[in-house]
Design a protein around this ligand. Structure first.
Ligand code: ATP
Ligand code: MG
Length: 670
């Protein structure tokens, strides 16, 4: 960046942990940061030893950028660590998964039952010829069998490649071929907003496009036949697909009859656990790989300390398992700790906009981990929905996926957390495997909108365009504030081992900008008190009249206005200023676009940040283009604002949104 970002939105509110929270917290001694920084390898090795190893490791870490290896010589199995070791004695009766389907049906699966189910499924996969070193494509609704499929693959040493159930046949075909998967595990369909997502028919389509590596499709019956009843709700008509004899196999025909005895394959610490394609906010998805020992160590440690996970917690992570958040914080991290996870199949507004709060009330969830996009939707809908439910079981709130605007943070803390739950804003990526920048809820005084500090054992650097480098390893950084690129110069156990079959792209995407350092692609700022503020992707940062202004800060200033629920800001080419700021704004429910509102919003931004950040254009919109993981896709808004042809829209949740928006935008430009 040509100069340090000077326009950071002022945010002076701080929220120290309460004495009651500190007293019971898994981490409450700030010394953890110093100890970990003094010897990160020893810190991580201690955590790794909390896993069960078939053979102990002899070397903690070998690092030759861009590749690191962790816990060399060790042998373990992820399924053993997430299932078997908790299915012993009385603990086998502890719920592992509490699940609720969209029609309101629900199931509880204990660790003992999970072990039997995972073992049966693992034997079924073996019967289909899947073995150690193979890959399995997973295209399923959010049902317990999805978690079981991950664990069954891990059990026999096959790597899973989960493709989010909202992706198209093309996306599934592309990912299945890239990972050369042998089998696809799917379901007839899954419930979404009262309808059925016809998963099996989409698999058929993908296979018709051509996936020569696939020999079989294992199909779970979830949606059933049109007219079937689930908790009194009728399955609507949907495309059930075609049944190809010999290729397609019903889950209930194959899995039920298998033995519950399936030994866990001893895996090398560095053996592939999974491939997962990134969500595609910036372009063509990348097949990110993760290995066994390091990934499990990172997700187990962060689950325990960031979520303050306890034996009797009910952990509700609302992400789909199709994203890394679901991999790390529904399946591997919580389960490596033997925790109880709460899983929900459907939409947050079905049958009504209080669905999440009803689920929390009913199952007494204690931890909620969700995304800013969801929080902003809840704000837009209004407080009446959470207010009609009893949320008193909640004791901790988390956020992930995008920068969280301070107003959304405060709303979350007050309306959902009733002012008593610590809020952890966690920065990480598919590539990092586990949370990297986050408060520790029993130690850190939080600031709304700041992800605060690196997790113990992690060091984060702020690199400036001029070559300045500031390394942050814990809470006590002193020195001058700085802003620039988020860079990681030291290895960590859960870091990706590369892009599947594409070392050149791996090198080029992450390791070419700075020598021997991982460039995450995000902008970051360090304030005078040693707090880190994520500014979004560097590609989204604007250059206005020679000043770098982060889109995130202007968005936060807009969301700070009482009429605004959500905002997306972009830099639009401008003859004089280089870039001019354009904003797309969604109003909160109960607010209408009225004469003077746009001017009022422009003034509000100028008042919050400075005249320089005053948007030239504000466009009131009903919706914003988002990826299927809910992230705003600003590059498409740039195309709209500059009147260009729209770029790649295949990773959008709903491509019609951006087309409609463009038509309205062009009409308003007259
Ligand atoms: P692609 O890499 O294909 O463009 P993606 O980056 O959206 O997709 P993910 O790995 O799911 O895919 O997302 C990681 C990114 O999400 C981070 O690089 C960052 O931009 C953003 N992010 C995640 N958590 C936070 C957070 N707490 N604060 C700010 N940004 C966040
Ligand atoms: Mg990314």
């Amino acid at each position: 960046m040509s100069e340090t970002i000077q326009t950071l939105l002022q945010e002076s509110r701080t929220f120290p942990p309460s004495p009651e929270f500190i007293a019971q917290a898994n981490a409450n001694d700030p010394k953890i940061y110093q100890d970990a920084a003094a010897d990160p390898e020893a810190f991580w090795a201690d955590w790794a030893r909390k896993l069960d190893w078939f053979e102990p490791f002899d070397t903690i870490c070998e690092y030759t950028p861009p590749y690191a290896k962790w816990f060399l010589g060790g042998k373990l199995n992820a399924s053993y660590n997430c299932v078997d070791r908790h299915a012993l004695g009385d603990r086998r009766n502890k719920p592992a998964i509490i699940w609720e389907g969209e029609p309101g049906d629900s199931r509880t699966i204990t660790y003992g039952e999970l072990k039997d189910e995972v073992s049966r499924l693992a034997n079924a996969l073996k019967a289909l010829g899947v073995g150690k070193g193979d890959r399995v494509s997973v295209y399923m609704p959010m049902v317990p069998e999805l978690a079981m499929t991950l664990l069954a693959c891990a059990r026999i040493g096959a790597a899973h490649s989960v493709v989010f159930g909202g992706f198209s046949a093309d996306s599934l075909e592309e990912r299945t071929n890239d990972a050369q998967c042998k089998v696809i595990v799917t379901a007839d369909g899954g419930w979404r907003r009262g309808g059925i997502v016809p998963l099996k028919s989409i698999v058929d389509e993908a296979l018709d496009l051509g996936c020569p590596s696939v020999t079989n499709v294992l199909v779970l019956k979830r949606a059933g036949k049109p007219g079937d009843l689930t908790n009194g709700v009728k399955t609507p008509a949907y495309n059930e697909g075609k049944w190809v004899e010999g290729r397609d196999i019903w889950w209930h025909d194959l899995v039920a009859s298998q033995s519950t005895d399936c030994p866990c394959e001893p895996m090398d610490s560095e053996d592939l656990l999974f491939v997962l394609y990134t969500s595609g906010s910036t372009g063509k998805p990348k097949g990110i790989t993760h290995t066994t020992g390091g990934y499990l160590t990172g997700t187990m440690a962060t689950s325990k300390l960031v979520f303050d996970l306890k034996e009797d917690d009910i952990h509700f992570c609302t992400a789909d398992i199709g994203w890394v958040t679901g991999h790390s914080y529904i399946v591997y991290g919580p389960m490596a700790n033997g925790a109880t996870v709460l899983m929900y199949e459907g939409a947050p507004d079905t049958p009504d906009k209080d669905r999440f709060w009803r689920i929390i009330e009913k199952h007494k969830a204690t931890i909620l981990y969700t995304a800013p996009t969801a929080i902003r939707a809840f704000m837009k809908w209004g407080t009446e929905y959470p207010d009609r439910c009893d949320l008193s079981s909640l004791r901790l709130l988390g956020s992930v996926g995008e920068p969280i605007n301070p107003e959304a943070w405060i709303w979350y803390q007050e309306v959902i957390g009733k002012g008593k739950c610590p809020v952890v804003d966690t920065w990480w990526q598919t590539e990092t495997g586990a949370i990297m920048v986050t408060p520790l809820p029993g130690i850190t005084a939080t600031k709304p909108g700041s992800a605060t500090q690196p997790f113990p054992g992690i060091s984060v650097s702020v690199f400036t365009e001029q070559g300045g480098k500031t390394e942050v390893t814990g809470p006590d950084v002193t020195g001058t504030p700085t802003g620039g690129f988020l860079v990681l110069t030291k290895p960590w156990p859960s870091m990706t081992r590369g892009i599947f079959n594409d070392p050149t792209r791996f090198q080029k995407t992450y390791w070419s900008r700075f020598e021997n350092a991982y460039f995450a692609g995000d902008g970051i700022k360090l304030d005078e008190e040693g707090y880190l503020w994520l500014l979004g992707r560097v590609d989204d940062i604007m250059l206005v009249a020679g000043h770098n202004i982060s889109t995130m800060e202007v968005e936060s200033a807009l969301v700070d206005h009482h009429a605004v629920a959500e905002a997306a800001v972009i830099g639009k080419t401008h003859d004089i200023k280089g870039q001019a700021i354009a904003a797309f704004v969604i109003l909160r429910s109960g607010h209408e676009n009225h004469e003077g509102l746009v001017d009022e919003l422009k003034k509000h931004v100028a008042h919050k940040i400075g005249a320089l950040a005053r948007p030239d254009d504000i466009f009131i919109s009903a919706e914003l283009p988002k990826t299927r993981s809910g992230k705003i896709m600003r590059r498409l808004l740039r195309d709209v604002a500059e009147g260009r042809a729209l770029g790649d829209t295949t990773t959008l949740a709903d491509p019609t949104v951006v087309h409609l928006l463009r038509d309205k935008y062009e009409a308003s430009e007259g």
